[in-house]
Design a protein around this ligand. Structure first.
Ligand code: F6P
Length: 351
C-alpha cells in the first residue's frame, strides 16, 4: 500500500493523539502518504461544506507536539449513519476516490464495527484499541484506560480526605459503560471497601449493612466504587425499593448515584455522599504507559497495512503486541474474578 487513511472515533481516550502520531510517522517513514479524517466516520462520508473540514493530507508536522495531549486532534464523534450499509459503501467509494488503499481506525467497540464494515466493503482496515472502558477482551489494555484509572485514583484520594474529615461513606461512580474494569482497578488501587460492578450481582441493602458493620468495627469513613453500569446487576427490584424507601422519591427505573447514597444512609444510619466522576476521566495528558501503548499499537497497525493485511485488531498481551481478526476482538468479557476477590479480601467489612 502507498496511501492510507486514519481516524479516531467514539468516545475520546487519552493517548489517541499518540496513536495518530505513530500511524503518521510510521507510514511516512515507509514511503506511504496519510489522509486524516476528521470526526471519525463522519469525515469519510464527507458531509461538511468544505472538504478540509472532513479530511486533509497529513505531514510529519501535522502530528508535532500532540503526544502529551488528551482528546484527539482529528476530533471524534459517534456516527449513527455508519451502521447502514449504504453509508459504509459511500465511505469506501470516497476513500478510494482519494487513492486510499487501507484505513487505521482508532477507538473502541463501535469503531471496530465500523472498521469491520469498511473491510467487508473492500477497504482493508485495521483497528487500534482506544477506550477508557478497557472492554475489549482480546487486549489486556486499551489506550486511555491507564490515564482514566490514574485520574479516578487521584479523585478518590481527594474524596477520601473530605470523607475522613466528615466521617462519611463515599460512593464514587466511574465510567466504563457495561464493563466494570475501571471500577475494579480503581477500587483495588484505592483500597476501597467495595467495587460494585455490572459483572457481579449485588444488593444495595447488603452494601448498606456492610457500611453499618464498618462503622461498628471502627471505620470512620469508607470508599465504595460504583461502575456506571452497576444497576444492570442490582439484585433488588426498583419497585420494591420504592415501597421500602418512600421518602426517597424514586421516580424512575434508573437509580442515580445520589439515590444509592440515600438508601445506604437509610440502611446504615451513616452519612453517605455520592460523587460521579464523569468526563474528568476522559480528559488529561496521557500517562507514559498509554503513550507507549499507543505508539506501539499505532505503528504495528501501519505495518500490517504495509503488508496488505486488513481485517485485524491490534492489541497487547503479556507486553507483546498482537493482532486478531476484528470479529474476534469484539467478543468476550474482560472481568477479572481474582481482582474482584482481592477487593473483597483487602477492603471488605466482613460479617
Ligand atoms: O466509551 C467511553 C465512555 O466514556 C463510556 O465510559 C461512557 O459510558 C460513554 O463513553 C459516554 O459517552 P458520551 O461521550 O457519548 O456521553
Amino acid at each position: 500500500m502507498k496511501r492510507i487513511g486514519v481516524l479516531t472515533s467514539g468516545g475520546d481516550a487519552p493517548g489517541m493523539n499518540a496513536a495518530v502520531r505513530a500511524v503518521v510517522r510510521t507510514a511516512l517513514s515507509n514511503n506511504m502518504s496519510v489522509v486524516g479524517f476528521k470526526r471519525g466516520f463522519n469525515g469519510m462520508l464527507m458531509n461538511s461544506l468544505t472538504s478540509t473540514d472532513d479530511f486533509f493530507d497529513m505531514t510529519s508536522r501535522s502530528v508535532s507536539g500532540i503526544i502529551h495531549k488528551g482528546g484527539t486532534s482529528l476530533m471524534t464523534a459517534r456516527c449513527m449513519e455508519f451502521y447502514k450499509p449504504s453509508y459504509q459503501k459511500k465511505a469506501v467509494r470516497n476513500a478510494k476516490a482519494l487513492g486510499i488503499e487501507g484505513m487505521v481506525c482508532i477507538g473502541g467497540n463501535g469503531t471496530f464495527k465500523g472498521a469491520e464494515a469498511l473491510n467487508a466493503c473492500g477497504l482493508p482496515s485495521v483497528g487500534v484499541p482506544a477506550t477508557i472502558d478497557n472492554d475489549l477482551a482480546y487486549s489486556e489494555f486499551t489506550i486511555g484506560f491507564d490515564t482514566a484509572l490514574n485520574t479516578a485514583v487521584d479523585a478518590v484520594n481527594r474524596i477520601r480526605d473530605t470523607g475522613d474529615a466528615h466521617e462519611r461513606a463515599s460512593i464514587v461512580t466511574v465510567m466504563g459503560r457495561d464493563c466494570g474494569d475501571l471500577a475494579l482497578h480503581t477500587a483495588l488501587a484505592c483500597g476501597a471497601e467495595a467495587a460494585v460492578v455490572p459483572e457481579v450481582p449485588w444488593s444495595i441493602i447488603e452494601i448498606g449493612e456492610m457500611v453499618h458493620r464498618g462503622v461498628i468495627s471502627g471505620k470512620r469513613s469508607m470508599i465504595l466504587i460504583f461502575a456506571e453500569g452497576a444497576q444492570k446487576s442490582l439484585k433488588e427490584d426498583v419497585k420494591d425499593l420504592r415501597k421500602k424507601f418512600p421518602k426517597l422519591h424514586i421516580n424512575s427505573d434508573k437509580l442515580s448515584s445520589s439515590q444509592y447514597a440515600e438508601i445506604i444512609e437509610a440502611v446504615s444510619g451513616h452519612e453517605t455522599r455520592a460523587t460521579v466522576l464523569g468526563y474528568t476521566q476522559r480528559g488529561g495528558s496521557p500517562t507514559a504507559n498509554d503513550r507507549i501503548l499507543a505508539t506501539r499499537t499505532g505503528s504495528y497497525a501501519v505495518k500490517l497495512l504495509l503488508n496488505d493485511i486488513g481485517g485485524r485488531a491490534v492489541g497487547i498481551q503479556g507486553n507483546k503486541i498482537i493482532d486478531v481478526p476484528l470479529c474476534d476482538a469484539m467478543v468476550g468479557s474482560t472481568f477479572e474474578e481474582d481482582f474482584y476477590e482481592l477487593v473483597g479480601i483487602t477492603g471488605y467489612t466482613r460479617k
